[in-house]
Write a protein that binds this ligand. Structure first.
Ligand code: TYM
Length: 315
């Protein structure tokens, strides 16, 4: 029996190379080894995207991205969260177990409060819905970037609490975080993030690659521009880079041009594959719909057990 792996990319904008190296690349590598669930958390996206046309387009885009990076719908389950209402149902059951002070310690909520943003109840409960996403399918492994580590820990805590109260029901999941790419920096050196506007899109056009690479913030201490190097090492081995960065020490423009050439080589075939897939949106939607139907059957079986455990199943 293969172990179960599950992960998701939120449909909140174009994926960037941080998403790819931190998480998506592992999806492709691991799809043969595990029983895989890859989904699009569209209900999670509602905390930030509140425009129906935008959410529809973003969701279709992530489905295309999944196929373009090489996920094979014959091997893995590809679906969107909203096709499986059991996610939201289970989240409510978990809501009744989790305390407010516990969730107040979650990073995303604390950040929102620190920035004096008015947090929605959805943002506050975000980790609970994510726990439902994960626990519903008896997931063993969740490949994510370091920013999602706390969320997987919360899912474990919730599983433990449920099991303690109602008896053994949920498996405890583990995060799978690749150390070298746990936090991919953006062009300003902070974590690459859609919300910081410092990203290099995974399917960027050549002209954008040039513009973005040239705007990577360099500090002038020593000959190696750290932010350029940290991004460059995603595309070329450190052994090769050491030589290049030694030869071109202090020549930031040359180093950025070398990075641009490597990024273009890497992104061009992905972009071409994506364009082909995007040419037949009907086929993409069919993959998503079929995946949703197959996955829902599994979710229903698990929820039947959960309903029995909590005492709402009378017939
Ligand atoms: P999202 O869409 O923000 O990010 C998708 C994946 O990309 C990783 N990531 C990064 N990794 C390294 N460096 C970076 N700069 C970087 N930026 C993003 C994220 O860690 C993530 O793995 N909450 C999730 C979506 C979600 C989910 C789930 C994931 C909902 N339910 C259940 C796994 C399991 C999110 O916002 O990802």
């Amino acid at each position: 029996m293969k172990k179960i792996l599950l992960s998701g990319i939120k449909p909140t904008g174009r994926p960037h190379i941080g998403n790819y190296f931190g998480a998506m690349r592992q999806f492709v590598e691991l799809q043969n080894e595990y029983e895989c669930f890859f989904f699009i958390p569209d209900y999670h996206a509602l905390t930030t995207v509140q425009n129906s046309e935008e959410l529809k387009q973003n969701t279709l885009d992530v489905a295309i991205d999944y196929l373009a990076i090489g996920l094979d719908p014959e091997k893995v389950l590809l679906y969107k969260q909203s096709d499986i209402p059991e996610h939201a149902e289970l989240a409510w059951i978990f809501d009744c177990l989790v305390t407010v002070p516990y969730l107040e310690r979650a990073h995303a909520y604390k950040d929102a409060v620190a920035k004096k943003k008015e947090a929605s109840v959805g943002l506050f409960n975000y980790p609970v819905l994510m726990a439902a996403d994960i626990l519903l399918y008896d997931t063993d492994v969740v490949p994510v970037g370091a920013d999602q580590k706390q969320h997987v820990e919360i899912a474990r805590d919730i599983a433990e609490k449920f099991n303690r109260i109602y008896g053994e029901t949920f498996k405890l999941p583990n995060a799978h975080i690749m150390k070298e790419v746990a936090v991919v920096p953006g062009i300003d050196g902070q974590k690459m993030s859609k919300s910081y506007g410092n990203t290099i899109p995974l399917f960027a056009e050549d002209s954008d690659i040039e513009k973005l690479a040239m705007s990577i913030v360099t500090d002038s201490s020593g000959g190696v521009p750290k932010n350029v190097y940290e991004i460059h090492k995603l595309f070329r081995s450190e052994k090769e880079l050491e030589k290049l960065y030694e030869e071109k020490a202090g020549k930031y423009k040359d180093l950025k041009e070398a990075l641009i050439a490597d990024m273009k080589n890497f992104i061009a075939p992905l972009r071409a594959k994506r364009a082909t897939i995007a040419g037949d949106t009907g086929a993409v939607l069919k993959v998503l719909k079929d995946g949703g139907e197959r996955t829902r059957a599994l979710a229903q079986t698990k929820m039947d057990l959960v309903r029995e455990k909590i005492g709402v199943k009378l017939y």
